[in-house]
Design a protein around this ligand. Structure first.
Ligand code: SF4
Length: 182
């Protein structure tokens, strides 16, 4: 079988809804509108680790990028990214075409153009206190910085995982090809 030698880098929960904060998942397992056409065209995947799950676990509540923007969380992000960065660097060095990176719109960690801000989190207030805002999540910012240290650049875009019907692979692929963020 001839391999396509073409891959895309996806944030973790696009392939695993169980990683999403309790009560906020809008699909049962994988984001089908994204994954099915991607698989059919023969594109492979590097799945990034979920920084929030490995930091606070599945019992965590929703927080904002301001709350996650701490030295400890930034160091955690850099640390868990190392394997995926090594794999990405090696793939590029061996002629694999990496289409880019797909993040999660509005996420405090994985937002590419849109994140969320606010100081009061927790069981009784995150929904009211958090607000969407332009900006990168902490994990994506760290990823961009770590790629830069290796002199690597990859286009990035984001999908609305809270609205799975809008996550069309064709549109995402087009955004990545133009090297622009949506
Ligand atoms: S958006 Fe990022 S941090 Fe949030 S669940 Fe998905 S992979 Fe984890």
């Amino acid at each position: 079988m001839k391999r396509s030698r073409r891959i895309v880098v996806l944030c973790h929960c696009l392939l695993n809804a169980s990683a999403i904060v309790e009560g906020e998942a809008a699909y049962p397992g994988v984001l089908e509108k994204l994954l099915v056409p991607l698989a059919r065209e023969g594109t492979g995947i590097i799945q990034l680790p979920c920084p929030e799950c490995s930091f606070l676990g599945l019992k965590r509540w929703g927080m904002t990028s301001e709350q996650y923007d701490t030295p400890t969380f930034r160091r955690h992000c850099a640390s868990i990214l190392e394997t995926a960065l090594d794999q990405t660097e090696d793939a590029l060095a061996n002629g694999v075409d990496i289409l880019g990176i797909v993040g999660v719109k509005g996420s405090p960690s994985c937002g590419v153009l849109t994140t969320c801000l606010g100081f009061r989190g927790g069981v009784s207030g995150c929904g009211q206190a958090a607000r969407r805002s332009e900006g990168e999540g902490i994990f994506i910012r760290t990823l961009r910085e770590e790629l830069g240290k290796r002199r690597l650049f990859l286009p990035m875009t984001e999908v609305e995982n809270g609205n799975p019907e809008t996550a069309r692979w064709e549109m995402i692929r087009e955004n990545l090809a133009k090297g622009r963020r949506p």
